[in-house]
Design a binder for this molecule. Structure first.
Ligand code: G1P
Length: 288
């Protein structure tokens, strides 16, 4: 089973970034010079995924436009011999990448968003990437997970240690360590209080899942926050199949929060081949 499909849940309102997100999808906010959603799509592509499924809502047209060809722009760049810019524009959607958009008509939660992609994924394993979580790894985090999936032929969920006081922000897993980076999951709970959390391993927004999870999500009652939770679907999956948590190698920026978004911008700007050196000396010169 190889990984060909990825679901990107991008239907959320982005209220934490108002007024910036009044007319602009939050997934289109740029980190340095690229919209957040493009980082996630590039990560999926690097892991071998070619079918990108965006679960959208109203006011998300900019995402569709971004992953479409822009003939007028490409033509203008071509005629003015701006080869580098042309390459940047064309790289957004390589020719062998398919983009499909489905609407999530009601905001019923992450599990429900994933179910909206079911008919496009069919009976295949698939990835879920939450673009709010900007992941930087080498190899890219989803590629690390795809390798684990190829080896284990079982669902893989990305995790990291989180502070005890933050367990309420994450899906938390508990289980038995298998080697250095894997945990054979016994329990997974959505946003538990610290005193009942099975561990401090919090789920980051990257999943590789077997298609059976769709049935399990569909069978779930509404969970935390009155929403259909992906975490509860994975808990259902555990009754039938093994699911592993994988401690990824790399960094995660929570770009759903202003702090994380700003940190991502500063750190990625420092690493940027054209901007890095000058930006570093600018930051050094600031009197904080
Ligand atoms: C979602 C998931 C949660 C996961 C988190 C990672 O929560 O429900 O299990 O740990 O993403 O970012 P959200 O942040 O959408 O509330």
């Amino acid at each position: 089973m190889t990984l060909r499909h990825a679901i990107f849940p991008v239907a959320g309102l982005g209220t934490r970034f108002l007024p910036a997100t009044k007319a602009l999808p939050k997934e289109m906010l740029p980190v340095v010079d690229k919209p957040l959603v493009q980082y996630a799509v590039e990560e999926a592509y690097a892991a071998g995924v070619r079918e990108m499924i965006f679960v959208t809502s109203r006011h998300k047209r900019a995402i569709e436009d971004h992953f479409d060809r822009t003939f007028e722009l490409e033509d203008a760049l071509e005629r003015s011999h701006k080869a580098e810019l042309l390459a940047i524009v064309r790289a957004v959607k390589p020719d062998d990448m398919e983009c499909v958009f489905v609407r999530q008509a009601q905001a019923l939660g992450l599990g429900h968003a994933v179910l909206c992609g079911r008919h496009l994924v069919g009976d295949n394993p698939f990835a879920v990437l939450l673009p709010d979580d900007l992941m930087i790894g080498s190899p890219p985090v989803l590629a690390q997970m795809a390798e684990q999936f190829a080896e284990r032929q079982a669902s893989i969920v990305a995790v990291q240690e989180v502070p005890a006081e933050h367990t309420r922000r994450y899906g938390i897993v508990g289980g038995r360590a298998v080697g250095e980076r894997l945990v054979d999951i016994e329990r997974i709970v959505e946003k538990p209080a610290p005193d009942v959390a099975p561990s401090r391993l919090g789920v980051a927004g990257r999943y590789v899942l077997t298609p059976r999870v769709f049935d399990e999500i569909a069978a779930q009652p509404r969970g935390v926050g009155g929403e259909i939770q992906l975490t509860d679907g994975i808990a259902g999956l555990l009754r039938h199949e093994k699911v592993f948590a994988y401690r990824y190698q790399g960094r995660r920026y929570d770009c759903g929060s202003k702090e994380g978004f700003l940190q991502a911008n500063v750190e990625l700007a420092l690493e940027h081949p054209e901007l890095g050196a000058e930006f570093r000396s600018y930051l050094r010169g600031l009197t904080l």
